[in-house]
Design a protein around this ligand. Sequence first.
Ligand SMILES: [Mg+2]
Length: 256
Amino acid sequence: MFIKALLIDIDGVLAIGGVPIPGAAEAIQWIEDQGIPHRFVSNSTQRSRQQIAERLNQAGFSIPADQITTPVVSALRLLEEQGISACRLLMTDAARSEFSEAGITEVQDGAEAVIIGDAGSGFTFSVLNEAFREINDGALLIALERDRYWMAEDGLTLAAGPFVAALEYATGKTALVMGKPSADTFLSASAMMGVEPEKTAMIGDDIRTDVGGAQNAGLVGVLVKTGKYSDRMLEDSGVKPDMILPSIAYLKDVFG
Ligand SMILES: [Mg+2]
């Protein structure tokens, strides 16, 4: 067996909204039973890790919150390294609570960093314009993710990326990106499991963020044809997955 560990995306791979993908819970139970090291690596920033776990578990999974990594984990590490505590936060209240619990203060003026997650309908003109002014005045631009879109229950939905791009365009600055596809996200998750990156497979429905990002970091990239997957997205990306599965229900094939 050449793959020793798995990193698994959540949205579009295990579930779409609160609806589980058929066979997903059984596949996760199978890797548990086999004792295969694994972590769940999500770019979702609309909910806290605890809320993500609760929602999955209501959908029939059995996944503890501490097995889930989100970009908030990387962002908190960066803020600590840089000694930053005064921030402007563009995100949902659930994501905001993870920052305030870690001692980050939200300020209206003089922010050292502007942190952008998926604020959903909270991305209003005035909120974006205030963030633009802070970044223009020298605040660091930190993006929790820069995905283009994701598959919600009612269809494809803008993620944080398009709004990050708007602020980069306006300020001429480049965001520091915390989640997938940054190599650090994949490498620190492999390190937590104690498995070499080249023996770790990332399984996701985003050809660029999950598969391309993992391959660039030296991991094996496995694409599933559920969630936001489309033939056109695969062709346009120029990324060649190491393996394509119809869904996570075919997970055993990764070890075949
Ligand atoms: Mg996904």
